[in-house]
Design a protein around this ligand. Structure first.
Ligand SMILES: NC(=O)c1ccc[n+]([C@@H]2O[C@H](COP(=O)([O-])OP(=O)(O)OC[C@H]3O[C@@H](n4cnc5c(N)ncnc54)[C@H](OP(=O)(O)O)[C@@H]3O)[C@@H](O)[C@H]2O)c1
Length: 306
């Protein structure tokens, strides 16, 4: 995979985050490509379906510049409550891929992830279906999202896994002890999602009142008032590091993620060009060893992520 060091997550245009009025996916995704954020991330579940359509439209004339990533294996039960269920059955995966290709308007998906492993289906069966899609030329590389090392070992015995996408940020470090080292050892790209802590680590969201009403963060434990107040210490200490470099806390959050290894490609999500430009510029920040040590020592976050 040849992608820039920072990718781009398009989810917010159709899922999870509110405040969409006046935003322009074509312009934002176009600017992402200009800035070298060529790994563009979507999923069939975002919308549902709408996000793939808008990504497809935005890249239509620039397909060859994009490393196009989408995901299957989650099905929306109720968009109003963001309730989803897993479906990792081979027949679902094979049909979902055809639907995604049609919505994206492309002949092949560069990186196709299983969004979540289905506990009711052996991972070998799900990955077997993904391997069939590679053999059929519909998918170029396979990824898995939010998996542990035993699942990665089993999956890799069926087909090469090119990328693992899991949450990684200053306040979510679960992947650091095992999954990331496994990726390094096996030359697998590691793609951190929500690297800005769903916006919290930028310091621009400090209380539930800052969130639009239809925003899914209202549902997450870490976005309850008490947890946000407790986790403000993480942002304050990140801001102190940022001040030394004359950059923003969000940029330091991204620089710390990038400092975790060469094959780490975060995919911050935004609907706004100024945020996109700020995020892309984080690739140029050189954190010192002392900065990284200070950030490594931040207190653990308060509140579960889901
Ligand atoms: N595999 C999975 O299960 C999974 C789960 C979640 C997400 N993802 C993928 O990962 C991508 C990124 O994750 P995410 O969007 O959840 O979280 P994120 O990148 O950590 O944060 C996105 C939030 O931060 C805000 N933001 C972005 N840049 C900012 C800046 N410079 N200053 C202030 N605020 C800023 C955005 O606001 P605006 O929207 O207003 O611009 C949005 O509310 C998604 O787009 C999606 O493709 C995957």
């Amino acid at each position: 995979m040849h992608a820039g060091s920072i990718g781009y997550g398009a989810m917010g245009f159709s899922w999870g985050y509110g405040n969409r009025a006046g935003t322009d996916p074509d312009a934002v995704i176009g600017r992402a490509l200009e800035l070298g954020c060529t790994l563009i991330d979507t999923a069939d579940v975002y919308g549902p379906h709408e996000n793939e359509r808008l990504v497809g439209r935005a890249i239509a004339r620039r397909r060859e510049e994009v490393v196009l990533a989408t995901k299957c294996g989650l099905v929306v039960d109720d968009p109003a409550t963001f309730s989803v269920r897993v479906d990792g059955r081979p027949e679902h995966i094979l049909a979902a891929c055809d639907d995604s290709l049609r919505r994206l308007g492309v002949e092949a998906i560069d990186l196709y992830y299983l969004h979540r492993a289905d506990p009711a289906v052996a991972i070998e069966e799900s990955v077997g279906a993904l391997a069939q899609l590679v053999a059929a030329g519909k998918v170029r590389a396979i990824g898995l999202s939010e998996v542990d090392v035993p699942l990665l070992e089993r999956a890799s015995a069926v087909h090469r896994i090119a990328a693992v996408q899991s949450e990684l940020s200053l306040w979510t470090r679960d992947a650091l002890p095992e999954v990331l080292p496994w990726c390094v050892a096996h030359d697998v790209a590691f793609i951190p999602f929500s690297p800005l802590g769903r916006g919290f680590l930028t310091g621009r969201v400090t209380s539930p009142q800052d969130l639009p009403q239809d925003d899914y963060r209202h549902r997450w434990p870490r976005f309850q008032a008490e947890a946000m107040a407790a986790n403000a210490a993480i942002v304050a200490r990140t801001a102190a590091v940022a001040a030394r470099h004359g950059v923003t806390p969000g940029q330091v959050a991204l620089a710390w993620v990038l400092a975790q290894g060469e094959q780490v490609i975060p995919i911050p999500g935004t609907k706004r060009i100024p945020f996109l430009e700020e995020n892309a510029a984080a690739a140029d920040i050189a954190l010192t060893a002392d900065d990284v040590r200070e950030l490594d020592a931040l207190p653990p976050s308060v509140g579960d992520r889901y």
